[in-house]
Write a protein that binds this ligand. Structure first.
Ligand SMILES: NC(=O)c1ccc[n+]([C@@H]2O[C@H](COP(=O)([O-])OP(=O)(O)OC[C@H]3O[C@@H](n4cnc5c(N)ncnc54)[C@H](OP(=O)(O)O)[C@@H]3O)[C@@H](O)[C@H]2O)c1
Length: 259
């Protein structure tokens, strides 16, 4: 029988933590497109409601398979309760994590270290808390996956990004370590490393358009990618049963460009 690639994600239960906007929202759209049942998680009820309303309007025949939960990934108890409840409902096939706080940027001489420690909360410790709860409650079914998110600054830093880049470097190592630690549960762990992208839901202003034109010159692909281009990689990691501990850089070739 011929392999049925388009059906591989149908009826899979997928949770997108940080799915109310940006890359996470595009990931939710991508999985729903392939017939997955998606639960979007974010910390703010208003942003969650807006995302659910948008998704249901985009996919009117899938509304019963689109849900949302609020949780604050800076609070381990909140993460634990979210993952425990997902496990008690029969578990999930895939968890994607794209949540992030404000970016850390600026001259190292002015580094606000206490603030930086706090900003590690969502992007780094949140991804750790979710992994811990997955292991504790066995929330992902065997054969499933946990895909976390880093950033291309970990591989090619720009001026005034050293600490922000270091969070992403920590995420790269975390993905490899978690792949080893969650393997006994049959859970694969991988990391997507996005480069700078344009949000497909962004309302373009002339200033943003000019920014994208300028940044496009530094890319081998010739134009800035979109959140949808990044979402492709999360689909791949969910489907790729022979892939774990892998980091996927998706940056339009910026790493090879001198611009
Ligand atoms: N976009 C890019 O160009 C780019 C480039 C390189 C790397 N990345 C990486 O890709 C990932 C996604 O970035 P993005 O730009 O798509 O992010 P974004 O648009 O800022 O979205 C962040 C998401 O995280 C949620 N969130 C924030 N704090 C939270 C908390 N305490 N608890 C639960 N959810 C929380 C937000 O919802 P609420 O506000 O409702 O909580 C939102 O859904 C990040 O790791 C980012 O560093 C992005």
């Amino acid at each position: 029988m011929a392999p049925n690639y388009p059906e591989r994600l149908r009826n899979q239960k997928v949770v997108v933590i940080g799915g109310s906007r940006g890359i996470g929202l595009a990931v939710a759209e991508a999985f729903i497109s392939f017939g997955s049942h998606v639960v979007v998680v974010s910390s703010t009820q208003t942003s969650l409601d807006a995302a659910i309303t948008l998704l249901k309007s985009e996919f009117p025949s899938s509304t019963e398979y689109i849900g949302g939960r609020t949780a604050n990934v800076k609070d381990e108890a909140s993460v634990s309760s979210l993952i425990e409840s997902l496990a008690s409902e029969g578990g999930v096939d895939h968890i994607v994590y794209t949540a992030v706080d404000k970016r850390i940027r600026g001259n190292i001489v002015n580094e606000d270290i206490e603030k930086d420690k706090e900003l590690f909360g969502v992007k780094f410790w949140g991804q750790v808390s979710v992994a811990k709860a997955i292991a504790k409650y066995k929330a992902i079914k065997s054969g499933g996956s946990y895909t976390i998110t880093g950033g291309s600054l970990s591989l090619k830093p720009k001026p005034e990004t050293a600490v922000g880049a270091a969070i992403n470097g920590a995420v790269n190592s975390l993905a490899k370590g978690l792949a080893v630690d969650l393997a006994p549960l049959g859970v694969r762990v991988n990391a997507v490393i996005p480069g700078f992208v344009r949000d497909v839901h962004e309302k373009l202003t002339p200033e943003r358009e000019a920014l994208y034109q300028r940044l496009s010159k530094g890319l081998l692909t010739g134009s800035v990618g979109t959140t949808e281009d990044i979402a492709e990689t999360y689909l791949y990691f969910a489907r790729a049963k022979y892939t774990t501990g892998t980091l996927a850089l998706v940056d339009g070739g910026a790493i090879f460009s001198s611009a």
